[in-house]
Design a protein around this ligand. Structure first.
Ligand code: DLZ
Length: 156
């Protein structure tokens, strides 16, 4: 049986009222990143984050998420979510981009504030991406939003 990884205990997540959150969203594979973004936004609003406290910053591809997150770290946000979708092609590009982004985002979390939450799908094919962005395996955008709320709570 396929497990929906986005199920969580509503009562255990505190209100996000007053939190300022940036979402950096890659336009590459936009059909997938839109689904992730929508999952994240719905979850943040459900947990009382004010719509005026949420900022969306678009970047061309997942590789540019790192720079977008770095810029957002210099502004007044409590937490940042990066959203991307990398789908394996026939070249090594997939591995270079995926590795480089995850390492760089880890560095941003090591070296600076606020926390950057990683919502980048790395899939073998489009079906996997659909299943993880509101399909059979849930929506990674929802998980990222919950993680963001929990990480912001650590700092309060
Ligand atoms: C070039 C490229 C390729 C081949 N595949 C993807 C992908 O699957 N997902 C993604 O987010 N971006 C891809 N890109 C674009 C790079 O992330 C980046 O935008 C360009 O290399 C320019 O720096």
């Amino acid at each position: 049986m396929k497990k929906n990884l986005s199920e969580y205990d509503l009562d255990k997540v505190k209100s996000g009222k007053g939190l300022r959150i940036a979402l950096i969203v890659s336009e590459w594979n936009k059909n997938i990143t839109d689904r992730l973004y929508n999952g994240a936004i719905k979850t943040l609003l459900k947990h009382e984050v004010n719509v005026s406290d949420i900022k969306k910053i678009n970047v061309p591809g997942s590789f540019e998420l790192v720079y977008g997150a770095r810029l957002a770290q210099k502004q007044k946000f409590n937490v940042i979510i990066v959203i991307g979708s990398i789908i394996k092609g026939e070249t090594d590009h997939f591995d270079f981009i995926s590795q480089s982004i995850s390492n760089s985002i880890a560095m941003l979390n090591t070296n600076d504030f606020p926390p950057v939450i990683f919502c980048v799908l790395t899939d073998n094919n489009i079906n996997q991406s659909i299943n993880r962005s509101g399909g059979e395996y849930g929506n990674k955008g929802v998980e990222a939003a919950i993680t963001a709320l929990r990480m912001a709570e650590l700092d309060s």
